[in-house]
Design a protein around this ligand. Structure first.
Ligand SMILES: Nc1ncnc2c1ncn2[C@@H]1O[C@H](COP(=O)(O)OP(=O)(O)O)[C@@H](O)[C@H]1O
Ligand SMILES: [Mg+2]
Length: 384
């Protein structure tokens, strides 16, 4: 019988997981470095420590009945060890490990016939100096495409870890952005996408699955900025996205929620990457779906039946609140936001800092244009 849930990470995702777990009667403990983290503020117990620390992970596992995570850049090896010892860890530490390496992830998808952008690892040991590296990248431009994208295999998020290598790029600018360790880099074809999509999918411990309607995601400066459902795409591509969501879930072990990020081109859907956790592109489900992604994850890992993913409104939009200034949060304009129809602001209990995700706003309504417009209006009214 599961009564206590342990979460590696206590940021906004851990906070919203806590808020979903509490009404079902679960106690939550999070492992997080900074004191009074967003999850602790809403009643989770907090073990203070580094997310990588094997001793702290053990402490979390011993204090709870199931361990899960809100972030993928954690110690997958230590979680594998705990699982081997008989601790309940969800979803799967081995899947987490595979996904942590973006290039290995691409190969996993490709070898299972899930469409992805063509990619290639850079030579791991490149001792021949800058001239050889320059030549290598030039050859790439000629052979692959005029422009391509260089990505960090590990540790990237919110675009940190990506570098678009164009005609005027230099070895130096690339290495300034991504570091000089070429064994941590790989190159990928730039996808000429019309839009980006995401599918949130869940599997429970019995193997039952539930998939949410695809959403359109809009990134600004590589950070997910807006999420809209329904997406403005050809119905055939919409069906492809749903199907790819189902097929991708089959490759991922363990119970929990996963997000599958995709590109939609003029005639195809291609997977960009998988997040083995609740995701920014599913925040709208708190109000817009019968079961939020956070409750779904809690249900999935505790052996409860999965909930309906049906949407409660014909359309929904979610817009992130990114910090604007290095100052205490003001929330000026919130009264005007709350006057808008079916508009739901969420603050994560974080201080403001430029480009930091400190909250989001979800709007439900009758159609895509309406909810998008109201969400944008709400965001403009707020000063944070
Ligand atoms: N191969 C690609 N072609 C075109 N755009 C890309 C490609 N890979 C990433 N991007 C853009 O960069 C964003 C962030 O890249 P992603 O690989 O998802 O990194 P992160 O881990 O930071 O989310 C994507 O959402 C997309 O907008
Ligand atoms: Mg991404």
């Amino acid at each position: 019988m599961i009564e206590r849930i342990g979460i590696v990470g206590g940021g906004q995702l851990g906070r919203m997981l806590t808020e979903a777990a509490q009404p079902l009667g679960y106690e939550v403990t999070v492992l997080e470095k900074a004191p009074n983290c967003p999850a602790a503020q809403v009643g989770a117990q907090q073990i203070q420590g580094e997310l990588q620390d094997p001793d702290k992970l053990r402490e979390l596992a011993e204090a709870t009945d199931v361990v899960t995570w809100e972030i993928e850049h954690i110690n997958a090896g230590a979680l594998e060890d705990l699982e081997r010892e008989g601790f309940n860890v969800q979803s799967s530490p081995s899947t987490l490990k595979e996904i942590q390496d973006k290039f290995a992830q691409k190969q996993l998808l490709d070898s299972n016939s899930i469409p992805v952008a063509a990619s290639l690892a850079l030579p791991a040991t490149f001792s021949s100096g800058d001239e050889a590296k320059r030549r290598y990248l030039k050859d790439f431009q000629l052979g692959f495409d005029a422009e391509f994208i260089v990505k960090s295999r590990r540790g990237g998020y919110d675009g940190r870890g990506n570098y678009v290598f164009g005609p005027s790029s230099t070895l130096e600018s690339m290495q300034a952005a991504l570091g000089e360790d070429w064994s941590n880099l790989y190159v990928e074809r730039l996808v000429p996408f019309g839009s980006e999509l995401s599918v949130i999918a869940a599997r429970d411990i019995h193997g039952n699955t539930a998939v949410y309607a695809p959403v359109e995601t809009v990134h600004k400066d590589n950070i997910c900025h807006t999420v809209i459902t329904p997406p403005d795409i050809d119905p055939r591509l919409y069906k492809d996205a749903e199907e790819i969501g189902h097929e991708t879930l089959k490759l991922l072990k363990g119970a929990g929620v996963f997000a599958v990020e995709m590109f939609a081109t003029a005639d195809a859907v291609i997977v960009n990457e998988i997040a083995p956790r609740v995701h920014n592109s599913g925040h709208h489900t708190i109000e817009a779906a019968q079961t939020s992604q956070f409750e779904q994850h809690v249900r999935a890992i505790t052996g409860m039946p999965l909930g309906s993913t049906a949407l409660r409104a014909p359309a929904a939009a979610m817009i992130n609140i990114l910090g604007q200034r290095e100052e205490p949060l003001t929330r000026a304009g919130l009264d005007d936001v709350l006057a808008l129809p079916d508009t739901h602001p969420h603050f994560y209990g974080k201080s403001s800092r430029p480009a930091r995700k400190i909250g989001h706003i979800t709007v439900l309504g009758a159609d895509r244009d309406e909810v998008l417009q109201t969400a944008q209006q709400a965001r403009e009214l707020l000063v944070v």
